[in-house]
Design a protein around this ligand. Structure first.
Ligand code: C2O
Ligand code: CU
Length: 457
């Protein structure tokens, strides 16, 4: 049973570090050759960056990749210039050069970092890592565990299938790997979580895959969700203990391990078909306690600006496209274009408000202009036959309604899963000035046109 790799390593000096994006080999599969991966500081996932709320971060990103890159700090409300979006907030870092990121971490929670340049290739090659900001008063647990989930698409010799950027993936369900990974290693025999009976674990889970959705179930256990996307939510268990995480999304769970020493339970993913992600293995050891720890699970909420729905302005975003469903007409570079030409001539498959955007093209025009301080309800209408995890930069939003139905937890998120033909209302205060990405976190969809910017000025 392998130990959890770089997880929970505290940065030597938490406020100053170098992230070196490079090419190396990592033993992903239990057998056979190592896989050539791209990653940060020689490991996939990259180092866990751990801070306290309010810390001043200085991070030098060094680019040792064969192409340009940037680093985006997913979920952090930081100044626009530090957001790591090529051509929108910065010039991409050329090969062999570096860029200094500096910002203060405003919120506690589970976040992550990844490139925003050719992310449909750079992220699934292994460039991603968790960024954890501790609460001022953390909840009481016996220990903390981090699971970074993703997948690789490998050939029998453990090399990548080199089909990054295929139009089929852009317009379809995205590039789904054939090897699911947990903290950078293939799941399977031996991927497990060793626990002691009676202990309480805070489990942070991040879905860093480019397209794969996970629906996790902890057999024999009822984990309590205490945060989504780093933001506190009223502690609750999910119906049939099912936890769905789309690409980019995170959840913090409290897991009370109340089974007997020597027992084992599977954690399964049953999004498409059922497969085991990990095993919870109870050590043969005297229980730590026989009743679950009574300590409260509520996290201190972050000071997020509360949208006032009575004075909010309504805005609409219509999503269309994909290779299944109604053929669409979209605007590319100012010209109406049919889906077949969109795909074949431009490699684009999706539109937002009738426009298909090239990935980070210099001429990106914001599709929405908001006034700084504006209270906003964004009605997202998914007119496609596909599911999309929609992500907004620089802000958190509340999920207030799905298909017009008010939501029980009205949770704060930075990424929300939008089912086929579903309408989701989100609300936020546009308080962070700048030009912010709003895109699908199925990274092939983003590259295929499902991205745009929202200007706050
Ligand atoms: Cu996690 Cu715009 O990205
Ligand atoms: Cu999508």
């Amino acid at each position: 049973m392998w130990a959890l790799p770089p997880a929970l390593v505290r940065a030597a000096s938490p406020t100053s570090l170098e992230l070196r994006a490079g090419v190396f080999r990592q033993q992903v599969m239990p057998k056979g050759p190592r896989t050539p991966v791209w990653g940060f500081n020689g490991s996939v996932p990259g180092p866990v960056l751990r801070y306290r709320r309010g810390d001043q971060v200085r991070m030098t990103v060094v680019n040792d990749l064969p192409q340009e890159t940037t680093v985006h700090w997913h979920g952090l409300r930081i100044p626009n210039a530090m957001d790591g979006v090529p051509f929108v907030t910065q010039i991409p870092i050329p090969r062999g050069e570096k860029f200094d990121y500096a910002f203060q971490v405003p919120d506690s929670g589970t976040f992550w970092y990844h490139p925003h340049q050719s992310s449909f290739e750079q992220v699934p090659r292994g460039l991603y890592g968790a960024l954890i900001v501790e609460e001022d008063k953390p909840i009481e647990v016996d220990r903390e565990v981090l699971w970074v989930l993703s997948d690789f698409k490998l050939q029998p010799d453990n090399q990548h299938v080199e089909d990054f950027g295929s139009v089929r993936d852009f317009g379809g369900i995205g590039r789904i790997g054939n090897v699911v990974t947990l903290n950078g290693r293939a799941v399977g025999e031996g991927s497990g979580l060793e626990v002691r009976s009676g202990e309480r674990i805070r489990l942070r889970i991040l879905n860093a895959a480019s397209a794969r959705i996970f629906s996790l179930q902890f057999l024999g256990h009822w984990p309590v969700v205490i945060a989504f996307d780093g933001q506190a939510v009223e502690p609750h268990t999910r119906p049939s203990s099912q936890l769905v995480l789309g690409p980019g999304m995170r959840a913090d769970l409290v897991l009370d391990c109340m089974k007997a020493p020597g027992e084992r339970f599977s954690v399964i993913d049953n999004w498409e078909k059922t497969s085991e992600i990990a095993k919870i293995v109870y050590r043969d050891e005297k229980p730590l306690r026989t009743k679950p720890l009574g300590a409260p699970m509520e996290l201190e909420p972050n000071a997020l600006p509360e949208p006032d729905l009575r004075k909010a302005n309504e805005h609409y975003i219509l999503f269309q496209g994909g290779v299944v469903g109604e053929p669409i007409l979209g605007m590319v570079d100012g010209k109406p274009t049919g889906i077949y030409n969109l795909l074949n001539k431009h490699g684009l498959a999706w539109t937002m408000n009738y426009t298909a955007a090239h990935e980070h093209a210099l001429m990106h025009q914001p599709f929405l202009h908001l006034t700084k301080g504006e209270h906003v309800v964004l009605k997202m209408i998914n007119d496609t036959d596909f599911i999309h995890p929609m992500h907004l930069h620089g802000h958190l939003f509340r999920v207030i309604a799905v298909d017009g139905k008010p939501q029980k937890y009205r949770e704060w998120r930075d990424t929300v899963l939008m089912a086929p033909k579903e309408t989701i209302d989100i609300a936020f205060v546009a308080d962070n000035p700048g030009e912010w990405m709003f895109h699908c976190h199925i990274l092939e969809h983003a590259a295929g046109g499902m991205m745009g910017t929202i200007a706050v000025e």
